[in-house]
Write a protein that binds this ligand. Structure first.
Ligand code: PMP
Length: 358
């Protein structure tokens, strides 16, 4: 009954994440872009050595040690780093921190991470979804010259897996020099293009958001971060401190730091996924799938002879879970996380079998 709901709550349509089955035994779970490999062995060691009595105490509200480690790895100062409970939380706080309600629209693509418009509805921020080109690439010229509260770009984009050229991002940052441009680099560690964190010194309107969930195999620990010029970071902290002082728990602060300190394992793991991505893409292309040229840890595919819903169901019947979005333009596409080589071989075999019976 409306009596027990705020008008705000009654108006909300929440984001729905991909299925997390109770048991993943016997399943090939390639629906939520998790990493198929465990986190750095340093994470496991830190967990074994964890002193439970420390959990009596609240964690450091600024997560200073973790931020310092991230700063060192990113080549920025600690004051340029904000950490949050997953990059979803960082993004949510960023929308509240930088965009006004009931004012000019925030611009993002029509096919992108669907949480962005949920944040807008939560804070009553207007938005415009600008269509990607037919081939799913982003046309920066469509953004330039518009009156906007800011811009949000997932780079590489989800679910299309495509990146935007650095020169185009620079043009956006220049065109919106008096607005915040959020670059969501959740998948950048799998990209041929490097991260654009080094641009923060040049562009005081740039906020780069990253996550430990994909390339660092820590989706379950919930840790994400933003890198930006100091005053933008201070604003994020102000908003965070009006919501929850301790968004990073003591366990996550410790293990995320261990992960950051293990460059070698990180490089090995991401390189392995990039190799598997290439092999899986070739296997699917041979079966007649159309694929975007993925720069992420997932493939975005469509088969001209089979609708996406049916293909997804056929794969599910073979214990393979993939993601599909029942949205305009992409309802026949599947988003397939790059798993182990073995997972991908099983998936390609299953697709071959399904298509041969079609
Ligand atoms: N951005 C993009 C583009 C994503 O696909 C995801 C994963 N759903 C996130 C942000 C959020 O990831 P997390 O909250 O696990 O850091």
């Amino acid at each position: 009954s409306p009596m027990y709901k705020s008008k705000l709550a009654a108006s909300l349509v929440p984001y729905v994440p991909g299925e997390q089955p109770k048991s993943v035994e016997r399943l090939i779970k390639v629906n939520t872009n998790e990493n198929p490999y465990p986190p750095s062995p340093r994470v496991a060691r830190a967990l074994r050595e964890l002193d439970a009595s420390r959990l009596r105490l609240y964690p450091d509200p600024t997560a200073e040690a973790l931020r310092a480690a991230i700063a060192e790895r990113e080549g920025v100062a600690t004051e340029n780093v904000f950490v949050g409970n997953g990059s979803d939380e960082v993004l949510s706080l960023a929308f509240a921190a930088y965009f006004d309600s009931g004012s000019l629209p925030v611009l993002f693509a029509d096919v992108t991470y669907s949480f962005y418009k949920v944040f807008c509805s939560l804070y009553d921020i207007n938005y415009d979804e600008l269509p990607l080109r037919e081939d799913m690439t982003l046309c920066v010229d469509d953004y330039i010259g518009r009156k906007a509260a800011g811009v949000v770009i997932a780079d590489p984009n989800a679910p299309t897996a495509l990146s935007v050229a650095e020169s185009d991002i620079r043009r956006l940052l220049e065109a919106f020099h008096d607005r915040v441009v959020i670059l969501d680099e959740a998948y950048v560690d799998f990209s041929r293009n490097g991260s654009l964190v080094p641009l923060i010194g040049e562009y005081p309107n740039l906020v780069v958001v990253k996550t430990f969930s994909k390339s660092r195999s820590l989706a379950g620990a919930r840790c994400g971060y933003a890198i930006a010029e100091k005053s933008l970071i201070d604003t994020l902290r102000t908003v965070k401190n009006c919501f929850n002082s301790y968004t990073i728990n003591a366990v996550t602060a410790t293990i995320a730091r261990e992960s950051v300190l293990d460059d070698e394992y990180f490089a090995e793991c991401t390189a392995k996924i990039v190799r598997t991505r290439r092999a899986a893409a070739e296997g699917l292309a041979e079966l007649g799938f159309e694929l975007t040229d993925s720069d992420a840890n997932f493939l975005f595919v469509r088969h001209p002879d089979m609708d996406g819903k049916r293909l997804q169901a056929e794969l599910r019947a073979r214990n393979i879970i993939v993601r599909r979005f029942d949205l305009p333009r992409i309802s026949d596409h599947l988003r397939i996380t790059v798993g182990t080589d073995e997972d991908m071989q099983t998936l390609v075999r299953a697709c071959r079998e399904i298509l041969s019976r079609n």
